[in-house]
Design a binder for this molecule. Structure first.
Ligand code: OAD
Length: 245
């Protein structure tokens, strides 16, 4: 049955003038990066999102939160893009202008695989920005080392340049993602639980604009009911099969 669906979706890929791909943490799982919501192995099985991924959590426990992001940054040193990241990058290179990649991931693995124009909805794990509105004295390069680094003059703290719960997505990036979702013929929803909005809403937007929506995930996701087809498998196994020339 799965073989049959796979062949059908391969046909949809061939037919599609424009493909939008929405990825989540599952795409990096086979590279060794933990997801958030997988039972046992996901970060949110170990930590509370309110503590580690909100401004209030950071203000309450800046050292703990800073250390966790440092840990996640260091983890990436030993991690490589996998066959799923590579299949997306190779398709983009072989079919210029046909695939827009939208990701909730902050790990940079799509870019390291060679994908271009990646729309990063949730920011960049390796970027920092000031917690409070910067004053004239706040220069990122001058921040005094610490957990977190601070402005030596006013005490403003650096924080990771990721989007936390309750924060706005970068507007221009999200608008570009919406345009891609509304204009595509096919949206692949890969390795995401589909639980976080507004990112997950892009699949609904694609569907409303008459695109086909296909979910690729080894487990049930909240977007399965929106999909024209659900392929049960991992992204490193499925994406090369779907996107091969
Ligand atoms: P989740 O951790 O919520 O979901 C990961 C999804 O990947 C699950 O549906 C898994 O079944 C699936 N999965 C696991 N291994 C896979 C594999 N090898 N191949 C394909 N899929 C696999 O991650 P996201 O949906 O990305 O936000 O989470 C969305 C946002 O919630 C994240 O960007 C993060 C998180 O809290 C912030 O930190 C703001």
């Amino acid at each position: 049955m799965q073989e049959h669906f796979l062949e059908t979706v391969r046909g949809w890929v061939r037919e599609a003038g424009h493909i939008a791909v929405l990825t989540g943490a599952g795409v990096s799982a086979e590279s060794g990066v933990p997801t958030f919501r997988d039972a046992q192995t996901g970060y949110w099985a170990q930590f509370r999102a309110e503590d580690m991924a909100t401004e209030a959590g950071f203000r309450a426990h800046p050292e703990q939160v800073w250390d966790w992001y440092q840990h996640r940054r260091q983890l990436m040193d030993g991690v490589q893009p996998n066959a799923g990241h590579q299949a997306l990058a190779q398709f983009q290179a072989a079919h210029p202008g046909r695939l827009t990649l939208i990701t909730q991931n902050v790990d940079g693995l799509h870019q390291r695989a060679g994908s271009t124009g990646v729309l990063c909805l949730h920011g960049d794990l390796f970027a920092n920005r000031w917690l409070d509105t910067p004053r004239n004295c706040c220069h990122i390069d001058d921040a005094v080392a610490g957990r977190p680094p601070t402005c030596e003059r006013c005490g403003n703290q650096l924080r990771p340049g990721v989007v936390w719960f309750g924060e706005m997505l970068p507007l221009a990036v999200f608008e570009a993602a919406e345009r891609a979702a509304q204009a595509c013929d096919l949206m692949l929803v890969v390795g995401t639980a589909g639980a976080v909005y507004p990112a997950a809403g892009l699949a609904h937007q694609a569907r409303s604009a008459s695109a086909r929506v296909v979910v690729l995930n080894p487990n049930p996701s909240e977007l399965d009911g929106t999909a024209d087809a659900v392929l049960r498998g991992t992204s490193a196994a499925l994406l090369p099969q779907l996107l091969a020339a």
